[in-house]
Design a protein around this ligand. Structure first.
Ligand code: NAI
Length: 209
């Protein structure tokens, strides 16, 4: 599998959908699938499917289609799912607690090790076995524990400061930010902003009349 030099971010953003649909097909014991059939269930054209997968070397065989299990494995590898990722959650309020309760993260390879908050009423609490620590101790924690990704679930006003503090330790690779503000980090640290309201506003746009 060879990745072409310049794969568009739009193509990369479609890959998790391939990964999800291929897993569903595995669960239904489907062994092989053509680009046309896969396109039909995913809402893409067959040529879009072929074009997307060709970006990464192409995995199908003329006249056979794709081996579902193999393709799922390859897409997983492209997405970096050949290893587990260690995660911490910053902000142990409603959303932070909900994320720490979501067991599908573990199933996909994301291990949540700890949560951090500034609220004394939350510090010391545990959700499943994930303990909430004082955010004042975050630098020590990152110094002594391998963490790949921080989920930022604080209020909007704190999010940038929180992100800067953890990014400046140089100990994490990425921030998954849920606060409704676009945070900025030093180069080399990946930030993915998840703005649920943005998605909801596309719903109102489509139903407005
Ligand atoms: P929340 O108010 O329940 O929780 C925020 C937590 O962040 C609090 O426990 C607070 O003590 C903590 N916090 C504040 N400053 C901090 C700091 N410097 N270091 C560590 N922790 C700090 O809010 P909620 O509902 O959990 O939302 C969290 C964020 O996610 C907000 O920015 C919200 O807009 C956003 N969001 C929430 C959704 C939801 O369904 N609750 C959905 C989408 C986004």
């Amino acid at each position: 599998m060879e990745k072409k030099d310049k794969v568009s971010m739009a193509a990369i953003r479609r890959l998790p959908k391939y990964y999800r649909y291929l897993k569903d097909l595995i669960d239904k014991d489907v062994e092989k699938i053509s680009s046309k059939e896969l396109g039909n269930i995913m809402g893409f054209t067959a040529s879009q499917i072929r074009q997307d997968l060709n970006n990464f070397g192409g995995f199908g065989q003329q006249g056979y289609g794709y081996n579902v299990r193999e393709l799922h494995g390859e897409v997983g590898k492209i997405l970096g799912l050949y290893k587990n990722y260690e995660v911490v959650i910053i902000g142990a309020g409603n959303l932070g607690q909900a994320l720490s309760n979501y067991t599908n993260f573990e199933k996909t390879g994301f291990n949540c090790k700890a949560m951090f908050d500034v609220n004394p009423r939350l510090i010391g609490m545990a959700i499943r076995d994930i303990v909430v620590y004082d955010f004042d101790d975050i630098e020590d924690y990152l110094e002594n524990n391998d963490v790949d990704i921080a989920f930022v679930c604080t209020n909007k006003e704190s999010a940038q400061d929180v992100a800067s503090k953890i990014a400046n330790t140089g100990k994490i690779s990425a921030i998954w930010n849920f606060a409704p503000t676009d945070i900025v980090t030093p180069e080399g640290i990946v930030v993915e902003n998840v703005h649920l309201i943005d998605s909801l506003l596309t719903v109102t746009y489509r139903i407005k009349d």
